[in-house]
Design a protein around this ligand. Sequence first.
Ligand code: PMP
Ligand code: GLN
Length: 378
Amino acid sequence: MKSKLPNLPTSIFAVMSKMAADHKALNLSQGFPNFKSDPLLIELVNQAMKDGYNQYAPMPGDIGLREAISQKTTSLHHKTYRPDTEITVTAGATQAIFTIIAAIINKGDEVIIFTPAYDCYDPAIKLFGGKIIPVQLRAPNYKVDWNDVEAKITPKTKLIIINTPHNPSGVIFSEEDMLQLQSIAEKHNLLVLSDEVYEHIIFDGNTHFSAARFPALVSRCFITASFGKTFHNTGWKMGYCLAPEYLMKEFKKVHQFNVFSVNSPMQRALGDYLATPDHYLGLSAFYQQKRDLFIHLIKDSKFKIIPSKGTYFQMLDFSEISQESDITFTERLTKEQKIATIPTSVFNANNEDFKQIRVCFAKTEETLVSAANILNAI
Ligand code: PMP
Ligand code: GLN
């Protein structure tokens, strides 16, 4: 059989987590917390199961959860998405992103992505015959040059995918970035996918400028979100998508046949839990404390550090330590030093290597101290 994706490697997250397990290394590679989700949320899931919420949820999602998502978006961004027509609950952001791309990308459509880019965009675009047009962002500030973006737009450009706060770099889009995006999308009649899975993890008093805040963007934009990131349960694979009705209609045409609906008791529980804003409003402070502790612990190491502005990832530049490729370097670190991290060239256009590795600091203080001891000795 001829492969549809002949050159696609296994996801770096699967590769590095397996390598960490095989070599009994501290796993700071794949992004997941190593501490527990709130017992109250777990109790709510148990209760929903006991209360009989064990059959299919409605196709777009539990109505209580969709209402809670709508209220959260209104209170944070002053834009109300209608629970009945503009919100769908998904199996994590990954399924939402795949579904969006499946619903709108036709053969030959061009899609602009900002590299380093999260790894699920590229294969989904290719599967549906789309062409990736990368815009490379560069350390230290990974700033977007919007003239460069506009220069890459052709009559075939259909979609721009953004991700703020950005994985892996930890940078965030400013209000000015979002206004530039809005004006370009309007001028060239483009659709936008705004991947906002780290919406509640943003540091130093900065604001998350969701696409939901910009009316001319809202009218052409899908927004994706992940409860796994917000509530410390990445393994539950729960998330959602927001979009205006005409786009959500197309989204649901795919959603109903690739998953139909997602985990019912968890939706019940998340609906109740989300109704209390304190359950997500404290997240930035929680992770900022971890970022600051981690940076403090490794301040005398040979790694160059530019503090992350959002997400739970920190980029470390190792150019003063080694001239190896980031892939060789992270492999060696895992096997010899017993610490697993992510090589970031795999997220770049043409795998361009910048001697940067990504570390996940969503870890207990004890794990961060152990990680720092290893990194300081390198
Ligand atoms: N987008 C980005 C930028 C991510 O880091 C992740 C990983 N959580 C996802 C999407 C996928 O999220 P989920 O685990 O909810 O599928
Ligand atoms: N989003 C997570 C990360 O960036 C990984 C999710 C996955 O393993 N697919 O590490």
